[in-house]
Design a protein. Sequence first.
Length: 685
Amino acid sequence: MAHPHPDEILRGLDQEQREVATSVGEPVVVIAGAGTGKTRAITHRIAYGALTGALDPKATLAVTFTTRAAGELRGRLATLGVHGVQARTFHSAALRQAQFFWPTAYGGALPQVTEARFTVVAEAARRLGLPTDTSLVRDVSAEVSWAKATNVEPESYAALSRASGRSVAGLEPEAVARLLVTYDNLNRDRGRIDFDDILLCAVALLTDHEDVAAQVRRTYRHLVVDEYQDVSPVQQRLVDLWLGPSHDVCVVGDPAQTIHTFAGARSEYLLGFSRRHPGARTVELVRDYRSTPQVVDVANGVLKGSGQRHVTLRAQRPAGPPPVFAAASDESDEAAAVARWFKDLRGQGVDWREMAVLYRINAHSPAYEAALSDAGIPYQVRNAERFYDRPEVRQALGALAATARTRGAEPGLASTTEVMGALGWTETAPRTGGQARERWESQNALVDLARDLAAAHSTLADLVAELQRRASVQHAPAGAGVTLTTLHGAKGLEWDAVALVGIHDGGVPFVLAETDEQLAEERRLLYVGVTRAREHLRVSWSGGRRGDRRVSRFLTAVLPGSPTPVRTRRRQVSRETVAMTCRVCGGGLSAASDRVLGRHADCPSRYDEDLLAALRTWRTRAAETAKLPEFCIFTESALVAIAELCPRTTDQLAEVSGVGASKIRRYGSDVLALVEAATETHDRS
């Protein structure tokens, strides 16, 4: 197979990406804004170096943070005709090296990695007489990761914990330190190491054995580090050991997307790269190919005046629809409004799979599960747990493998659905949320994957073998509906339409964020959420039970009336945000229905009762024709507002809050005809 000419590799790259691609053999730091093509830049850099002879693919190590990201690197390199690059996660690369060299260095095999951290943490707590409830064990497990990622010894933990203001399940720092010691002792007694110990073992191996370090450096002479803003102290130490005296390294990251400092991530390594590598080339990727100018303006506005290092994105896509900013009286109203927004987008042709709801914490999920279920919208709840690690998925794969051993020649899809049915899977989703719904979503995703694979893997044995292969590389299936996930869980993903919910002070920024550093990270988290949207963006907040919540301070620069308004095709923002004060008394409007109405419900106002009756009758017929609930056509508040304002043109109709371009296209002529008929009748009388 003929290899492409190096110039072919550079074709199609923008000026900054081309600079990254051609800077082989020297230290390079790439500050890559969201959606600017960082993966394209670094894969083309490797391919260009390979074709020009400046880089040996088999001597190249490219590390990132997730199995999915590593797989994407391998896939893109293969498309470019480059093979042999070791594209791995930090832990995968470290484990491979430790397992290979450990017997020679220490006279025995590397201890096995425990898969039961939660259980061992619970046992450690029990031995110390501490509570073992799920939330405490979960929080302590996360603290174990932080302590190992930042290389904090148990004897130093209490002092460092107090100095950094860390809080773990209400425990005193000394109690957490004792838990860390007990946890490590239990693993050692059982001949096991923790997942996070993999990095520590690799660091110890390369530090204590210079001959091993030298061999690793001879094997991997070119180093690429993706998502460099997320490296922890231990990971940075490992990068330094891999490099040694060499400076053949390219790091890529975005300080504005540093959202994992609670887990040990430090953007200072990215920002201080040039100090550690004098003469390093710095390249900024600023052209956003993912999002429309409207979405990009919101993203830039969120970071405006933050004082944080970031690139100002420059949108490359054509103009799109205006972003929607909307308040609601409570979480239930907010969730129902999001469901209506999704319904409207589905009518415009947007696939359910290309929609997402992003919230700050998992506790917000049930309200949106309920709202989407009530609206008949399919959805999937995505959390931090890897798909193939979920108990119901492991159970299903085990049952399928057992069945394949005796019935492997039978049709794969039919046998799969039979086995899944025996495990409780049904064709239709349960109406309830919570764990039952999550279990069904996982089972259904596996069945959907089997359907997709059935044509190429017709027998059960072949189908199970392919499912097991995908499980081994964590190649998870895509969900069939709207994605529900946290802002943290959305990192690295993107959708056509994104609804950011709970964006009020106390939500984002989170109520526990108090220090300047914590607040800065919350701002970056919102930026990450905004930049997940390609075209349609909705940002909402609610008043809460007492109606005392305020819209997030991070939206100051992007809401109406700000010095840097959000760009739209015709108007500054969606009309959902126009009615913020009552047109009768001038007071503020907090309830969503009042804002649609344009006034307080109890403020005096006149409307044409005959017109309102005609509008209601029309709405009923339209809902029956479209097979939708009546509120999906127009809410009652919108009908009252139309009857009050009597709009005569589409521009006047657009003044009614909640009446967007799509509804005007569908129903505008009908509504205006009703208004005109009512006006003529009134004039004759």
